[in-house]
Design a protein around this ligand. Structure first.
Ligand SMILES: NC(=O)C1=CN([C@@H]2O[C@H](COP(=O)(O)OP(=O)(O)OC[C@H]3O[C@@H](n4cnc5c(N)ncnc54)[C@H](OP(=O)(O)O)[C@@H]3O)[C@@H](O)[C@H]2O)[C@@H](O)CC1
Ligand SMILES: Nc1ncnc2c1ncn2[C@@H]1O[C@H](COP(=O)(O)OP(=O)(O)O)[C@@H](O)[C@H]1O
Ligand SMILES: [K+]
Length: 501
């Protein structure tokens, strides 16, 4: 699903109005009908008091139209017009008039008003600012927002929590509505998936207001949310007459004394994701661990007992996963340098592989095109330096990815894959995956897909999706706390199957 910026969302609104020959207030009415339908479904027979806070732009207009629909249905409604300016939008005014025609008079509030009483068990609809916000909320509006946030009412934001920009980091986080649920129109917004801003939106619901599908399809977006139907299209079915040679040979090079489990996990994950053959290249001390832990894999040992070093292998793998549990010994660095310069196979670099690159930045120049780096935020910081906020982080990671022509997978609650200036935001995964080794399994999955012939960007995006889905399926059965990395591997088969459910 595409994620548009503010400019493109406005264009989509305008195009739809023209193309479908409707007035802008009809689009607003569609938005209100969607909001009303969602609320009614959620509330079932319950009839809590609903307090609507409406600004004077079109977001406020949505709120006023919703208030009318709620009143018509017999809900107890209180409407507060957050009267911060006299530049009221036409559709706001139209909906104010319609509300008054229903003999309902909203309360206008400004800096001199008392803050309204908001109680537990009541609902607050936040329709103060939408995508038209252009500066932080200040003074009494900020106080009102804080009052709403401190109340025990259930807060539902219309389109976007008031005070949150779409395309940049907030300057004043205290001046943003913290919603339990955000009902956003037509397309998801990038800020709903970034660590510093996602929490303001709470649970996100997308309301289809019928924006022109052709416009959405033909308009390029820099960010995509990867959901089931997107992932399904990436899947390559296995041919009836295929054999293990069809699905590639993956080399997992890593491990050091005390950290051999990471290689075991990645190796297993590569096999479970469908690779034909896997060889683990490890220091000598890991031989028994690997052979006993995963009899399906082949094992090659480096000369050294405890860490990885330059080793000659007598085959050409279809992908190499380098760095997990590897440590940062000089000899291990030299081996990475050799792999970078030899360019024998597509490379995925994770964990200590990334740390070695961060400490020896001259090596970055040797990264083969379309190599995949899978840093968690700590590793990313070592690679890129500090960033100011999430947007700055994304810009820096994009610049890095363009400069070295590589794919950067920023791991987190919503893992973001960056390739060719595009952002692919993953929709699967859960806090149960915050457990040691879950990143190692991801590396094995992605390298395993590359070995099977998936394009590197697709392998990253698809692998991240499958990994998160396996985590979701594991958590469904086991509960968040009990999920361990091996469970992700165990559920990869079901994750594949779920693509077609
Ligand atoms: N057809 C459509 O387009 C559809 C649109 N839809 C809805 O419209 C919403 C966008 O509406 P919008 O463009 O009117 O902007 P909105 O967010 O209501 O606010 C603008 C006002 O806020 C003001 N302002 C900004 N920042 C401020 C601040 N910090 N402190 C104080 N004031 C501030 C700004 O004032 P100004 O900067 O001009 O002084 C202006 O007056 C969108 O999110 C969706 O809900 C749906 O109905 C579907 C159809
Ligand atoms: N709260 C979360 N929600 C979704 N996914 C998560 C969450 N926490 C961690 N993950 C996922 O788990 C993995 C953790 O990777 P990483 O930090 O490298 O772990 P390790 O080094 O222990 O293997 C990443 O793929 C990340 O996206
Ligand atoms: K809002």
């Amino acid at each position: 699903m595409k994620i548009f910026n503010k400019g493109k969302l406005k264009e989509a609104d305008e195009f739809t109005i023209k193309e479908q020959n409707i007035s802008s207030d009809e689009l607003m009415e569609r938005a209100a009908i969607q909001l009303f339908g969602w609320l009614k479904t959620q509330l079932k027979e319950n009839r809590p008091k609903i307090n609507l806070f409406c600004g004077i732009g079109n977001n406020g207009g949505d709120g006023l139209a919703l208030a009318r629909l709620l009143l018509n249905d017999g809900y107890e409604v209180e409407v507060y017009i957050v009267n911060f300016s006299d530049k009221r939008s036409d559709d706001f005014l139209l909906n104010l008039k319609r509300l008054k025609e229903h003999q309902f008079w909203p309360e206008f509030i400004n800096e001199n008003s008392d803050l309204p009483e908001l109680n537990q068990g009541e609902i607050v609809i936040d329709a103060i600012f939408g995508i038209g916000l252009n500066r932080p909320a200040e003074g009494w509006i900020k106080e009102l927002i804080q009052h709403i946030n401190q109340s025990k009412s259930y807060v539902i934001a219309v389109d976007v929590p008031s005070g949150l920009y779409l395309d940049k980091a907030p300057e004043v986080p205290e001046a943003i509505i913290k919603a339990e649920t955000t009902i956003t129109f037509q397309l998801p917004k990038l800020v709903f998936f970034l660590p510093e801003t996602a929490e303001f939106a709470g649970r996100v619901e997308i309301a289809d207001i019928g924006l022109d599908q052709n416009f959405i399809a033909k308009t390029a977006s820099e960010a995509l949310l990867i959901q089931q139907h997107d992932a399904q299209r990436l899947y390559k079915p296995r041919g009836k007459f295929s054999h293990k040679g069809t699905f590639g040979h993956c080399l997992v090079a890593g491990g050091s004394y005390g950290k051999m489990g990471s290689v075991l996990l990645a190796t297993k994950a590569a096999l479970r994701v469908g690779v034909g053959k896997v060889s683990a290249l490890i220091p000598k001390c890991g031989y028994d661990i690997l052979q006993l832990g995963i009899p399906e894999a082949m094992v090659i040992t480096a000369e050294n007992e405890k860490f990885l070093e330059k080793t000659t292998i007598d085959f050409t793998p279809e992908s190499i996963c380098f760095g997990i549990g590897a440590g940062k010994e000089e000899a291990t660095k030299e081996y990475l340098e050799q792999l970078l310069k030899e360019r024998t196979a597509p490379l995925l670099i994770d964990a200590d592989g990334i740390n070695i690159l961060a400490e020896n930045q001259e090596l970055l120049n040797y990264l083969p095109e379309k190599s995949i780096l899978t840093p968690h935020p700590g590793e990313l910081k070592r690679l890129l330096g500090e960033w100011e906020d999430d947007f700055d982080k994304l810009e820096k990671a994009k610049a890095f990815s363009l400069k070295y022509k590589v794919i950067v997978v920023i791991k987190g609650a919503y893992t973001i894959t960056i390739a060719d200036k595009n952002l692919y935001i993953n929709s699967t995964g859960n806090p149960g995956m915050a457990t040691a080794g879950s990143g190692d399994t991801l590396s094995g999955i992605i390298a395993g897909l590359v070995a099977q012939g998936y394009d590197a960007t697709i392998a990253a995006v698809f692998g991240v999706y499958l990994h998160g889905k396996a985590g979701d399926l594991a958590a469904e059965k086991l509960g968040f706390e009990a999920v361990i990395a091996d469970d992700l591997i165990q559920h990869l088969g079901e994750a594949y199957k779920s693509l077609f459910e």
